[in-house]
Design a protein around this ligand. Sequence first.
Ligand SMILES: [Zn+2]
Ligand SMILES: [Zn+2]
Length: 275
Amino acid sequence: METQIAGEQGWKLDPLNATFLTGIPILAAIGMVWYTMNYGVSSVELGIFGFMYIACGLSITAGYHRLFSHRTHKATWPLRLFYALFGAGAFQNSAIKWCSDHRRHHLVTDSEEDPYSVVKGFFWAHIGWVMVSQEEAVVEKVDDLQNDPILAFQDRHIFLLGFLVGMILPGVAGWYFLGGVAGFLGGFIWGGLFRIVIVHHATFLINSAAHTWGTQPYSTANTSKDSPLLSLFTYGEGYHNFHHTFQADYRNGHKWHHWDPTKWWIRGFSFIKVT
Ligand SMILES: [Zn+2]
Ligand SMILES: [Zn+2]
């Protein structure tokens, strides 16, 4: 059965990804209005949202990005497991596939082979590239990650883990703290649907906005930019010109006053010898 729609330039829409990326924001918006009108919003829903926002977001920036993609530091297995579980809940594919794309992005930034090259347009770099199916999914230069049993397991069960951790877990937390089906829906809508949208676009902004707006204090070799403003929404990943120039550094905002919660998270764990 042919379910893919051909585009003008020969690309084909990925029906699952495109439906997910457009459907979840619509469901989240409808769900939040409906839920708030019927049950209101308490600190519990906001607390579940906040926990999931931090856990899933940092699993992408500290885990997928700075630990797994760039090997800027080491982490013990419980922390790698945490990143694998809550990274799955961020619905950005498995760490192995995410890092394969990201390592290629650094190797061939702005070229035809860059999976999210901003040269192909802001929309393409932000979200378009995820909605298009690749002829063959290229997974390369991630042997080190494929040899990590935690990440190999995550790759095999990525959708089930994402569903359980990213949607069911916040629902169960709502059921436990608020009670009943309504409580489950409160946790599911705020900590699941709405949080998925916010964390998605925080990540997407690095590929689009951080390659479009900002300064280039460290290198003009590619389109990467430093944007302190963007760091406020992206767990500190707005210092992207620094990052492209010094990708082995666990910091993106390298000065002490640069807003980089991911850097503080990694440094915090290093004090208790977990990283
Ligand atoms: Zn990177
Ligand atoms: Zn980049």
